[in-house]
Design a protein around this ligand. Structure first.
Ligand code: S3P
Length: 431
């Protein structure tokens, strides 16, 4: 379905809001809850299409999951050996997290399964998981020798390995940790920079032996996982769109309650503060092993900065909306070391450069990032999301500070991660 949304220039962003639950933590609550013994109660589960792909896959493997009201799940854990062979192909939709993590999990089962996804996911690289999983003994086939889905997996015995991942990727790390639950001997994953650590936190919360190393993590096999309660905080990746909206529209003040601020995810806060953003964390607390806070944001005059290195994996999903903040900052912003953006739901460097350019921004694509020169106002007109939820929402934020209304084509994709985005943005926008 092809939908278009039009954003009107805003005079002010104001209000007190919450954003939907964290996508990464929601996926993991279903996966680890299904593998644990006993019941897991999840609150704040993200009711987005990506997370339903995970939920449906586990139902197809025989796990009983009750959706009992707004974002509340009751999962009757099947235990490590309780999953059943799915009678049909598992459709991961647009969700890379579902496909890559499931590839790890399915490698250790005693049955056969096939993973597929939508046209975008079937173009994304999978050898980053299939190569190390094969080294553990997994029998995985896919197009281009395991690079592209569909992936066909005949589960079986695995051996633990030590893997040096060339990319800082929580999806790679988590896939190997999931396979490691079933392996003979420990499994260790090293990465160039620390990627999001929700898997480590939740597995420990459920009783797994997970050891943090310098630049890596090690898991011992066959833990006695016990289900429990998971309170999913608001998704900082979703909050990022509203944060940038409030920073760039003069006169704005916005309070976003209950946002996950895990340090492996909060690079966006560091970046925006370094640009001069008035962004305060209040009421800091911990829930289900994850740090949470309320965020108070006020309009600020932003300045261009250079972004790279360890900040990149801590803000990887927020870089499109950082480029929007940069388009209204004083001077030049340089984003480097972000080649991974080229293999997300779409090539996010090409997409942001193309769509910002269409509305008059001074922006240049670099092989591993972008160069953006800020201005006072952009033009408005028409842009396209490229079928990518984060491009659609980033451009919506840009539209708030355009001279003319901005129409964004192909916006149904926002349902993958942020149902209710358009209504929420309109609710806080005052004209
Ligand atoms: C995710 C990890 C990140 C991120 C994605 C969600 C996860 O991908 O971009 O949106 O839940 O593990 P990579 O691990 O491939 O960087």
């Amino acid at each position: 379905m092809n939908t278009t949304e039009t954003i009107q220039p805003a005079r002010r962003i104001a209000g007190e809001i919450e954003v939907p639950g964290d996508k990464s933590i929601s996926h993991r609550s279903v996966m680890f809850g299904a593998l644990a013994r006993g019941r897991t109660l999840v609150t704040g589960f993200l009711q987005g299409e990506d997370n339903y792909a995970t939920l449906n896959a586990f139902r197809m493997m025989g796990v009983s999951i009750c959706e009992c009201g707004e974002g509340r799940l009751e999962i009757d854990g099947a235990g490590l050996d309780g999953l059943r062979e799915p009678a049909d192909v598992l459709d991961c939709g647009n969700s890379g997290t579902t496909m890559r993590l499931m590839a790890g999990l399915l490698s250790g089962q005693n049955f056969f399964a096939v993973l597929t996804g939508d046209q975008y996911l079937r173009r994304r690289p999978m050898r980053r998981v299939t190569v190390p999983l094969r080294q553990m003994g997994a029998r995985i086939q896919g197009r281009e020798d395991g690079e592209k889905a569909p992936l066909a997996i005949q589960g079986g015995p695995l051996s633990g390995i030590a893997w040096n991942s060339p990319v800082a990727s929580a999806q790679v790390k988590s896939a190997l940790l999931l396979a490691g639950l079933y392996a003979e001997g420990p499994t260790t994953v090293f990465e160039p920079h620390l990627s999001r650590d929700h898997s480590e936190r939740m597995l420990s919360h459920f009783g797994a032996r997970v050891e943090r190393l310098e630049n890596g993590v090690r898991i011992e096999p066959r833990p006695d996982l016990r289900g429990g309660e998971i309170a999913v905080p608001g998704d900082i990746s979703s909050a990022a769109f509203l944060i940038v909206a409030a920073l760039i529209v003069p006169g704005s003040e916005l309070l976003i309650r209950n946002v996950g601020v895990n340090p492996t995810r909060s690079g966006i806060i560091d970046i925006l503060q370094a640009m001069g953003g008035d962004l305060k964390l209040e009421n800091f607390r911990e829930r289900s092993g994850e740090p949470v806070a309320d965020l108070l944001v006020r309009h600020s005059r932003l300045e261009g900065i250079e972004i790279g290195g360890e900040l990149i994996p801590r803000a990887i999903d927020e870089l499109p909306v950082v480029s929007v903040a940069a388009a209204f900052a004083e001077g030049e912003t340089l984003i480097r070391d972000a080649r991974e953006l080229r293999v997300k739901e779409t090539d996010r460097i090409a997409a942001m450069v193309s769509e910002l350019d269409r509305i008059g921004a001074e922006v240049e694509a670099l092989e591993d990032g972008m160069r953006i020169v800020g201005c006072e106002q952009l033009a408005g007109g028409e842009v396209d999301s490229w079928g990518d939820h984060r491009i659609a929402m980033s451009m919506a934020v840009a539209g708030l500070r355009c001279r003319e209304p901005l129409s964004i084509g192909n916006t149904a994709c926002t349902r993958t991660s942020f149902p209710g985005f358009w209504d929420l943005l309109r609710k806080v926008s005052h004209d």
